[in-house]
Design a protein around this ligand. Structure first.
Ligand SMILES: C[S@@+](CC[C@H](N)C(=O)[O-])C[C@H]1O[C@@H](n2cnc3c(N)ncnc32)[C@H](O)[C@@H]1O
Length: 272
């Protein structure tokens, strides 16, 4: 049974009615914010943990009080990653000091830019559908179709003069073969298609590419409506391996080793 409308009903209150009357176009975003906040306050779903604390506490990164992250003066990506989420991504890319970063979902390249600027030593690979693709295989959700149709792939990277600092793959992730990147990626960001099959496909392929010591992040965890299957999938595999969310964000994350364990590819009971 489709229970999404019951969840939607649970978020109906005086404020959501007021938004519906004053700015109906903003209602969806408002309900998503309430839902996200409810789940976080009630501690439902993935446990919260900051990857930066994990990296410092586990000795995988060392804290240097002089460290700074780099932000360009314009942040006009339009891909839906919030500014505070960009700060986490930039800081992780900076302190992890990855040799190789792999991103699924370039869009205009805002998140790609932050990876390049904060990990200048890294090989940065970003994948998106071919520029002329107006749809892709599978049961795409409406917001993804809108993004696919409206995108100017890597436009923002050109604006920032970062052309030549990254490798662009034009490929439908369903057709993508991760074999050449097996166990070679230190930081992966999954933000391509958000329907269930695509998230499963992208997660499984990323698990093949990520090193045990690497970090994988997913965007859009904890949303409502069309984004629920993504959360349900991550929560289901998190029964076997440790997957966390970054408090106050829609970012989820796991170490490579724990992701492989979550997918049943590691039998050892040792912690990450
Ligand atoms: C939400 S946007 C990425 C936003 C970007 N990470 C940012 O915040 O700057 C998602 C992108 O994934 C791409 N995409 C969707 N399905 C894909 C697939 N199957 N393979 C490759 N790219 C895909 C879309 O074309 C779109 O550009």
């Amino acid at each position: 049974m489709d229970t999404r409308w019951i969840r939607g009903l649970a978020a109906v209150n005086g404020l959501s009615l007021a938004v519906a009357l004053r700015r109906p176009a903003n209602l969806r975003r408002f309900l998503a914010t309430i839902w996200h906040s409810y789940r976080e306050s009630a501690e439902i779903g993935l446990p919260g943990r900051f990857p930066l604390s994990f990296l410092f506490e586990s000795g995988r990164a060392s804290f240097d009080p002089g460290d700074r992250i780099v932000f360009p003066p314009i942040l006009e990506g339009g891909g839906g990653t919030a500014t505070h989420e960009l700060m986490h991504l930039a800081a992780i890319a900076h302190v992890l000091k990855p040799d190789c970063i792999f991103e699924i979902g370039t869009f205009t390249g805002l998140t790609t830019a932050l990876f390049i600027l904060n990990s200048p030593q890294a090989r940065v690979i970003t994948m998106d559908l071919p520029p002329d693709a107006k749809t892709a295989s599978g049961d795409y959700i409406s917001t993804d179709i809108d993004l696919i149709r409206s995108r100017e792939v890597a436009h923002y990277l050109g604006v920032l003069g970062l052309t030549g600092r990254y490798e662009q793959l034009f490929c439908d992730s369903f057709q993508f073969d991760p074999a050449p990147f097996e166990n070679s990626v230190d930081l992966a960001f999954i933000d391509g298609g958000h329907h269930y099959e695509c998230v499963v496909n992208d997660t499984e392929k990323t698990a093949r590419m990520i090193r045990d010591t690497g970090l994988v992040l997913w965007h859009d965890y904890g949303g409502v409506g069309d984004f629920l299957p993504l959360a349900e999938y991550l929560e289901a595999i998190a029964r076997r391996g440790k997957i966390y969310k970054i408090p106050g964000t829609t970012l989820a994350w796991a170490t490579g080793k724990e992701l492989k364990r979550a997918l049943g590819r590691v039998n050892s009971a040792a912690g990450a």
